[in-house]
Design a protein around this ligand. Structure first.
Ligand code: UDP
Length: 321
């Protein structure tokens, strides 16, 4: 029995592959448009191809006995999704439909889906639970919510089970120091700050200082990528044992940090001072997103092992290499 990891050459996918390969046979499907084959653990079988390519999927499902699909392959930049919505609906929705059709056709019935806090839009509560209304404010969030709705409909009529994991802000790097957060171009806050502190960027731009938050900058809930990886494996094992099915879980630390606080924390860990430019808001950004993850804690015993300092320290170790 093997696990197919779509998007296993990406940031969160590659960290999950690293956790999986100790126990499971792993097949990675990735087209390397945003991922890097250097991130894929060598114990996994790598297939270069598109999620939306039915023939590639037919081959994988014929060549391997796949018990579950972990689906990380997506575009995930809020700002870009506002600029280029069709890219998001094509890659995140249409391609996923091909994958789901092929899973049904080949009798593969377990699916773990990477979703996002962006499905909540601008929440009317401090702590977001899975019951908080879904009102996405950008195409990225909408593309993920559409797939969530498709999954619920499929599970009604097919022998098919899923878990949706709504990530808050993934950050940090693997403890081995061999893989970490790599995007090209990079748009995420923590790697940008660390690259700046390493002299690889001239300055940091803070997007918006007039949000309704304590210091006016956006507040986010940062969660270590290995904690996310563990949640996928627990979700899969819970489904395989028949303990859970068709569930949606938030994944965050339950603590919010502003952009200014993140910059300060990075400065303190790197023992260097940042040059900051205060800039306009970035399109599509809500003021505050903080997760309650009590549902997955109760169902599967998942708890984050990394706090903000451990997250940034692991990222700093990776970026400094
Ligand atoms: N951000 C920023 N400057 C940057 C990159 C990000 O001020 O160079 C802000 C961004 O507007 C958001 C927060 O940092 O409020 C986290 O952004 P990121 O892109 O890391 O994650 P997102 O919340 O979009 O998933």
């Amino acid at each position: 029995m093997a696990i197919l990891v779509c998007g296993g050459a990406g940031y969160i996918g590659s960290h999950t592959v690293k956790e999986l390969v100790d126990t499971y046979e792993v097949v990675v499907l990735d087209n390397l448009t945003t991922g890097f084959d250097s991130l894929i653990d060598e114990r996994a079988t790598f297939v270069k191809g598109d999620l939306g390519d039915g023939a590639v999927l037919d081959r994988i499902f014929a060549d391997h006995t796949i018990d579950a699909v972990f689906h990380f392959a997506a575009n995930s930049l809020v700002g870009e999704s506002v600029e280029n919505p069709l890219k998001y609906y094509r890659n995140n929705v249409s391609a996923t439909l091909v994958l789901l059709e092929k899973m049904i056709e080949h009798g593969v019935k377990r699916f773990i889906f990477s979703s996002t806090a962006a499905t909540y839009g601008i929440p009317d509560t401090e702590m977001i639970t899975e019951e908080t209304a879904n009102k996405p404010i950008n195409p990225y969030g909408r593309s993920k919510l559409m797939v969530e709705q498709v999954l619920a409909d499929i599970a009604h009529v097919h022998d098919f089970q899923y878990v949706v994991l709504r990530y808050f802000n993934a950050a940090g790097a693997h403890k081995s120091g061999t893989i970490g957060e790599s995007h090209d171009p990079e748009s995420h806050l923590i790697p940008i700050v660390l690259q700046h502190l390493l002299g690889q960027r001239e300055k940091i731009s803070v997007f918006g200082t007039d949000y309704d938050t304590a210091d006016g900058t956006c507040v986010r809930d940062y969660i270590h990528v290995t904690d996310l990886a563990r949640a996928h494996i627990l979700s899969y094992e819970g489904m395989a044992k028949g303990e859970i099915a068709n569930e949606t879980y938030n994944l965050g630390n339950g603590a919010g940090y502003s952009v200014n606080e993140i910059i300060k924390a990075c400065e303190s860990i790197a023992e260097r001072k940042a040059t900051i430019e205060y800039a306009d808001r970035r399109a599509g950004d809500p003021a505050t997103l903080v997760a309650s993850s009590t549902k997955i804690a109760a169902a599967l015993g998942w708890k984050p092992a990394f706090d903000l300092e451990a997250i940034i320290s692991s990222a700093w170790a990776w970026h400094s290499k």
